[in-house]
Design a protein around this ligand. Structure first.
Ligand SMILES: [Cu+2]
Length: 173
């Protein structure tokens, strides 16, 4: 009996440590396994300090990029696995797009950031899930959200990064 109680206590400790360490995503629904659920989008964040300055758009031949391995996903649960391949901190924020909106053309304020109103979620926690203080170089973050059909813009909204090319359109069907 005592042994059984001890084992239970140890299991509880391990589980809570895993949650604290960001290994288990409790924030998303339908994620009983603790892993990403639904469609998976792999995101790579780059800057001039990264391995290669790939993915910069023609409109902004900037030094930074936000690259996705797919441009379209089915609606429902979508997991974003975000890796910072650059040399400075980055993040990924999911913003809705209005019907007539063109990717990469959001206005930005004096702080060189765009308005995050309507954000559906973000991955900005080094080695963890959801919002944090930014993803350190070489680290990853992830987030699982439920997306309705429509167009979304994935952005890095650290100061000056959007205008340097860190945006990408995602279409949800
Ligand atoms: Cu960035």
């Amino acid at each position: 009996m005592i042994v059984a109680v001890l084992v239970t206590a140890v299991i509880a400790l391990v589980a809570s440590a895993a949650v604290a360490g960001g290994l288990i995503d409790r924030s998303s629904s339908g994620d009983a396994s603790g892993g990403p659920s639904g469609a998976v989008v792999n995101i790579s964040l780059t800057d001039s300090g990264g391995p290669m300055g790939e993915g910069t758009g023609p409109m902004h031949p900037g030094a930074m990029g936000l690259n996705a391995d797919r441009a379209t996903v089915p609606h429902g649960a979508v997991s974003f696995l975000v890796t910072n391949a650059g040399a400075v901190k980055h993040e990924m924020v999911i913003l809705p797009m209005a019907d007539s909106q063109v990717v990469g053309t959001r206005p930005f304020g004096g702080d060189a950031k765009v308005d995050e109103a309507g954000s559906l979620g973000e991955a900005s926690r080094s080695g963890g899930v959801g919002a944090g203080e930014g993803i350190a170089p070489g680290a990853s973050s992830r987030v699982t959200v439920t997306l309705a059909p429509g167009r979304y813009e994935l952005v890095c909204n650290l100061m000056g990064h959007y205008v340097s090319g860190m945006y990408r359109q995602l279409t949800v069907t």
